[in-house]
Design a protein around this ligand. Structure first.
Ligand SMILES: [Zn+2]
Length: 51
């Protein structure tokens, strides 16, 4: 099985994911995923037109 190195857009940490899971795995941890989602919601409220 091959692994792909990715960089978490939230904390900047490098991590490895299975190549077949690459598209699903954007963040290094669930905590970063939650942060990313709350950021999107926050932006959505601040700049509704950029949605
Ligand atoms: Zn992270």
């Amino acid at each position: 099985m091959s692994y792909v190195k990715k960089t978490c857009p939230i904390c900047g940490k490098e991590f490895f994911v299975l190549k077949k899971a690459e598209k699903k795995a954007t963040y290094c941890t669930l905590a970063c995923l939650i942060k990313a989602q709350s950021k999107v919601e926050y932006r959505g409220m601040t700049f509704p037109s950029l949605g």
